[in-house]
Write a protein that binds this ligand. Structure first.
Ligand code: HEC
Ligand code: HEC
Length: 343
């Protein structure tokens, strides 16, 4: 792949009237200090990886949050670890070094603004509250290291870990109170309350943690919680990469959706049978949003699936099971290479 080559681009423009060149150069003014290289060739993806130390990644991810917030933080941490151990081609990614980030923090940001790729993922994509930045940034790094088949195996496992784990982890809380993290001064040195969000959304994750912990979303404690969470997700990404390298991903992290989600997915998975419910896709925990529709908790409007009057969602799940596509079968199928291929 060829990285954008500014000089030849400008040379190509020489045939254009002067006004057009000025127009384009003007639009690029913010980048006026970027020197055009002679040629830069970046090899095609994936770039590969080697064994990484999850505890080092936990600390780097936490530091990354201080430098670049959640998504930039996990991305920066994983790529930094790969750059430190592999070097080229990871050296091609613009990435402030660890010392530079620390210097930046010690000197109250030294008047300069550091920026990395994936930083837009902050707060669920530019503070929009959708996908949490920590798994977003980490997945982007995984996407550079692994072939797509590996990415599709690994990322859902990371997301599932996110949904089910009470954050911040014990390990992160321990580093927090025992001065085990890198930043010169922490936003909070307390052992912070832990909660599992059962959702990959920033909005839900932050909201449920705040409600549980009693801290406001703009508090230093919430911010420190997200820094520790970023460390935890980064560490897990390293654990999964290590397992993948040894061909042990499926044993180290069996992919299992919750029993409830598996029940819904007997009918609502990606497929061609519209009538049976295959007009949706996804593996998120269904109950985190469709909570009034959990089995036994609510009436549904499904009266005619397979010609039967089913009345409740548990009735729907029972019919799914009776037709041989039960929840158990679905949650087990996840462990065997995701044959239903959620493209
Ligand atoms: C036995 C198959 C089956 C199972 C199991 C099932 N559904 Fe459905 N669902 C359907 C079909 C078919 C439709 C569309 C027909 C209809 O709406 O009556 C539907 C419709 C829906 C709708 C849209 C219609 C509405 O009423 O708003 C939602 C939302 C939904 N299902 C959620 C769920 C959730 C959540 C679960 C798990 C707790 C679940 N379903 C389990 C078959 C199923
Ligand atoms: C982050 C929240 C969220 C999660 C998690 C979620 N849904 Fe939905 N779902 C929605 C919204 C919002 C709609 C659209 C509004 C509606 O139809 O009620 C929807 C619609 C649906 C529909 C109706 C058809 C459609 O596309 O409009 C079905 C069926 C459905 N969801 C099933 C599921 C299943 C099964 C899961 C778990 C695998 C799930 N949902 C997880 C929010 C969610």
């Amino acid at each position: 792949m060829k990285i954008f080559h500014r000089r030849s681009f400008l040379k190509g423009l020489a045939a254009f009237p002067g006004a057009a060149i000025c127009g384009i150069a003007g639009a690029g003014n913010a980048n006026a200090n970027i020197a055009a290289p002679e040629t830069v060739e970046a090899p095609a993806l994936p770039w590969g990886y080697n064994e990484l130390n999850p505890e080092y990644l936990r600390k780097l991810g936490h530091l990354g949050y201080y430098g670049f917030e959640c998504a930039g933080g996990s991305f920066w941490a994983i790529i930094t670890a790969l750059k430190e151990t592999i070097g080229y081609p990871y050296t091609l990614i613009p990435l402030p070094a660890r010392e530079e980030v620390l210097h930046h923090l010690k000197n109250k940001n030294s008047g300069k603004h550091l920026q990395v790729m994936m930083q837009f993922g902050v707060g669920g994509v530019a503070n929009y509250g959708s996908l949490c930045g920590a798994p977003n940034g980490a997945s982007s790094a995984i996407n550079i290291a692994l072939p797509m088949a590996g990415v599709k195996e690994m990322v859902p496992r990371l997301m599932r870990y996110y949904e089910t784990t009470p954050f911040p982890s014990d390990k992160s809380n321990e580093y927090g109170i025992k001065n085990g993290f890198y930043p010169p001064k922490y936003k909070s040195s307390k052992s912070l309350p832990q909660s599992a969000s059962h959702s990959v959304l920033c909005h839900v994750s932050v909201g449920s943690w705040c409600e549980n912990a009693g801290y406001a979303s703009g508090s230093k404690e919430r911010s420190e919680r997200c820094a520790r969470l970023t460390g935890d997700i980064t560490a897990m990404a390293g654990t999964l990469l290590n397992a993948h390298m040894k061909g042990e991903l499926h044993t180290v992290s069996p992919m299992k959706v919750s029993q409830e989600t598996a029940g819904c997915r007997t009918c609502h998975s990606k497929g061609k049978e519209y009538e049976t419910g295959q007009f949706t896709r996804g593996m998120m925990e269904c109950g985190s949003c469709h909570d009034d529709r959990r089995p036994h908790l609510g009436e549904n409007k499904l009266k005619t699936v397979y010609g039967a009057d089913i009345g409740t969602w548990s009735g729907a799940a029972a019919i799914g099971t009776a037709t041989g596509i039960g929840a158990h079968a679905v949650s087990r199928r996840f462990g065997k290479g995701e044959p239903d291929n959620e493209e």
